[in-house]
Design a protein around this ligand. Sequence first.
Ligand SMILES: Nc1ncnc2c1ncn2[C@@H]1O[C@H](COP(=O)(O)OP(=O)(O)OP(=O)(O)O)[C@@H](O)[C@H]1O
Length: 684
Amino acid sequence: MALSPQPLPLLTLGDDARTSRALPPNPRRGARELSVTEIRNALRCPRVFALGRARGQAVAFPIGASSLGALFHRIAERFARELEAPPEPVRALLPHAPRERVADGLSAWLLSHLVDELEANPSAASMPGEIDDLAEALREFARYLAKQIEGTGHRPAEALRSFLQHAELAVDAVLDASGGVPVRVSGRIDALYCRAKGAVDIVEYKLTDEANQELDQAQVALYRYLLRSALDLDAEPLILRFKPGLIETKLSAVAADGIVERTLLPLLGRMVSWSERPETAPATSRRDLCPTCPVRPACVETYIDALEPRDQPPAGAARPMPDPAGRLTLSPPREPIGALPDDTEGMAEAESLAAQIVAQLKRQGVIASLGRKTVGPRLLRIEVTSPRQRVAQLDRAAQDVEHHLAGYNVRFEREEARRYFTAPRRVPRKVDLETLLARKAAFLRERPGRFVLGEGLDGEVIAGDLADGSSCHLLVAGQTGSGKSVFLRALVVGLCHFHPPAAIRFTLVDPKRVTFGGLTAGIGAHLAGPIVHDVEALLAELDALVAEMEERYTLFEHRKVQSIDDYNDTAPAPLPRRVVVVDEFQDLIASRATRQPFLDAVKRLGSMARAAGIHLVLATQRPDRTTVPGEIKANLGGRIALRVQELVNSRIILDQGGAEELLGKGDFYADLGHGLVRGQAPMA
Ligand SMILES: Nc1ncnc2c1ncn2[C@@H]1O[C@H](COP(=O)(O)OP(=O)(O)OP(=O)(O)O)[C@@H](O)[C@H]1O
């Protein structure tokens, strides 16, 4: 006997809830009336918001904007409105129709809307690549919907009507900004998905890449808050990002509410005051976005006094944009140069090389002066100028110098107005972990989670902090012989050197059984458990860490603190930082059974675990598109590239070439969110 299917859920929100249209944006609203778009803008740049208000214009901030995002939204909205009367091929689908058939039917329906849009707006056809991506995104959307409505026992058309009940839903509510100021916030939710057993998702469709993930998460978190305040509906935020392949990011209710309470409610209060006094709005910390900002001229005029001098980029500036020519941009050292060992051998080598460079340049007719000579542990760098000739002449002659001194592996480098020759040292100077730890002792001792990576070209110690948002999770890549195992060991030893096991604990994963074997004797007490060799066992560990992260957030909430450091300052029993180091994580990605659960755990931990003190260090020999998918890149901000095989591998890790030309054995580039630096890793 066939069982009758469960009734489909129905979500009653009021008469006008299905595809109701929000009010058009009204930039002339009062200081205490804000739109979700404005809040999103202010989160990225308070001045974009304040100028938009002052000029009575809604500003669409351009970062990562996809020109076809609006088209996708229009099609999705039209599709939702037509669910009452689907086209015949979809209406005719029977209960239990195979998922592929349902996906094909929905796909054809969605694509027919795309065709209509292109006919109405022929200029879009001038972007064939983007249109292809959009079409693929619509097919992905169809596949996703077909999967969600599978197995209800109802006709797909009916199941879909129940699943996608509210699209373009206008919501507004009065929220209490921090300080008790009431602020009316309004926005428009892309869709609500109603699942069996009454669970509801608030859905945001995105066609931009993960560069805006933080803003996207804040946006859906705010929608959840608004919906609960306005309609008493408890829904979970979901971001569907089409790149055009689909990446699904679900935010837990606790995480979402945490974002609103910790970040957005305080921001609302500040926005009210910026709206009243636009001149007080501070600049964005993402100064790299300013050149393409639509209100840049007005900004320069209005905030003229506050502009930073050209030569002082903000210290916290984000990772620099890759240079289209693919050259590397190195940041200046971030700390005063420490005492270098007495490196007479290196100095003598630099002198001799410099003399040969000057002689070679002279043969090309260029009279060069020598600038600073830098003697790094692996590299020599010699600055040259030609005060009496044009720099173009020096640049041309440099190619011949490279050629004539090929035996020294000399490379010519340009950094803005400066010119350098670099060459590897014949006898490298060993960098020793203990010395680096001693030189950075005060910094490292202050808090667990701080680490050293190595010694920079100028002798500075390159150090980082897991508490820092841009380096709380690290992605490490390096081919065989690059020094990856030595690097990972030194990282772990350095992290626990000044701190007891109660302050920092490691989970080490070593499928090849060669990386961490020798470490157990030295740091055994800091291990959360035996070294993990079996990747399946790691998944259980990651699940446990996700649960621990949630528990930590609950603890923080009770104590009204925002991070592990605040918590540990006041709690009787401090929590340890937890660091998971996975060598060769490509094994997890390669297996069908482990790929998705692994990526899901990385996404959860990657986006939320920083404040909870849970950190991931993922290392691979083979950084390619399959091993390092978008989910991993987006969530692991700190990047370390040892030597990799090819340019394409370097681009995957650093977003630019260069790591394929590193010297191996611990020579690395690191980007911890403050620009790229080159260094030599220590031997533990
Ligand atoms: N920081 C370093 N300083 C000096 N020598 C190093 C350093 N790192 C690595 N080496 C040298 O390079 C060799 C290879 O290093 P390591 O075992 O870390 O390579 P790997 O990248 O992990 O390669 P594999 O995957 O083959 O193990 C080491 O035995 C050591 O001799």
